[in-house]
Ligand binder design. Structure first.
Ligand SMILES: NC(=O)c1ccc[n+]([C@@H]2O[C@H](COP(=O)([O-])OP(=O)(O)OC[C@H]3O[C@@H](n4cnc5c(N)ncnc54)[C@H](OP(=O)(O)O)[C@@H]3O)[C@@H](O)[C@H]2O)c1
Length: 315
């Protein structure tokens, strides 16, 4: 059988890297589009992966880059907008143009990443723009085989969410936690990647939208507590009320490195929890957070650091 060529936007990122590795292992030819080759250097050694520099927001360049692909995966997403790059541009206009380009080039398969609770009545600009992207794609459903995934928060080695709180717990005497009662249903990045890869050739997923959520619902406070328990750390978690949550996020927006914004807090006004069972078409039981995070946080515990030292000393 001829090798499928899959072109992937956002393939250098946290979720993208997991999907690229699985596509590579499945024998697909994978073309990763990135603004800077450096960002995808960890993928270059994979045998079936080609990394191509491309500004995907330049639609001529995008068209040239995806020409000839059998399927396109779009993972482009930002958590914070800037003066140059807005949510609307990345989450709505880009998918709309991408679908049009796919139609023009007769690329029939498009798999798109949205977010759980995205929609026009969502509380944050991030979620509303992701919802607008879904609507933009709906206009192409007749011409293209589109699948949309809507995950809750995603965890796994290299994530920014669990690792952020792990790092905070290590250096701070207490955690001042915004929106402590916000709810999440975290899903493992490898499970998300399996669903993407399975859907590439599964006709049953054409034209469908899937919510992806893990086996358990956590409040934000419970999640941070689970991280600390894994790291064997004891720090008080001080939950902030709404006014203080927004004030804290406002202060964080002033920092050079964006960790949290008021829009992120608005996203937490709605529970990132799915009302649906995990989609049976993927034949997968999602992994529990408690079984996975020790695999990548363990080196950060005192015992883990000792074991790592012993390993590096070959003892
Ligand atoms: N992580 C989660 O918990 C989570 C939950 C729900 C939904 N999602 C969605 O899943 C997708 C992937 O998330 P992720 O966590 O893997 O994100 P990530 O690690 O930040 O990766 C995002 C990718 O998008 C590309 N990108 C970012 N800004 C860009 C810009 N201005 N122009 C062109 N490309 C840009 C980057 O590619 P280059 O730097 O290589 O160009 C990067 O590879 C996103 O759409 C996100 O909204 C994530």
């Amino acid at each position: 059988m001829q090798q499928k060529e899959i072109c992937i936007l956002g393939g250098s990122g946290f979720v993208g890297s997991a999907i690229v590795a699985k596509l590579d292992a499945a024998g697909c030819l994978v073309k990763v589009l990135t603004r800077r080759k450096e960002s995808a250097k960890h993928l270059i050694l994979l045998p079936n992966v080609q990394v191509v520099e491309c500004n995907v927001l330049d639609y001529m360049a995008l068209s040239n880059a995806i020409r000839g692909a059998d399927a396109v995966i779009n993972l482009l997403g930002i958590l914070h907008q800037s003066r140059r790059v807005s949510f609307n541009l990345v989450h709505q206009q880009l998918p709309a143009h991408l679908a049009k380009i796919c139609e023009d080039l007769s690329i029939k398969r498009l798999i798109h990443m949205s977010s759980l609770r995205a929609g026009k009545n969502a509380p944050s600009q991030y979620l509303r723009s992701k919802g607008a992207g879904e609507v933009a794609l709906a206009a192409h459903q007749d011409a293209l085989n589109i699948t949309i995934f809507k995950p809750s928060i995603i965890f796994g080695r290299g994530d920014s969410f669990i690792n952020l709180f792990a790092n905070m717990a290590k250096i701070l005497p207490a955690i001042l936690l915004a929106k402590p009662n916000a709810k999440f249903q975290p899903i493992w990045v490898e499970d998300v990647a399996s669903c993407f890869v399975a859907s590439v050739e599964s006709d049953a997923t054409f034209g469908k939208t899937y919510e992806l959520a893990g086996p358990k619902v956590y409040t934000f406070r419970e999640l941070v507590q689970t991280v600390m328990t894994t790291l064997q750390l004891k720090r008080p978690i001080i939950g902030l009320n709404d006014a203080l949550s927004y004030a804290q996020a406002f202060m964080m927006e002033l920092l050079p490195v964006k960790l949290m914004s008021r829009d992120n807090i608005r996203s937490m006004e709605t529970d990132s929890v799915s009302d649906m069972p995990f989609p049976t078409v993927f034949n997968l039981t999602p992994s529990a957070l408690e079984t996975v995070i020790p695999q990548y946080l363990v080196d950060q515990t005192p015992r883990g650091a000792y074991d790592r030292f012993r390993r590096s000393a070959a003892r």
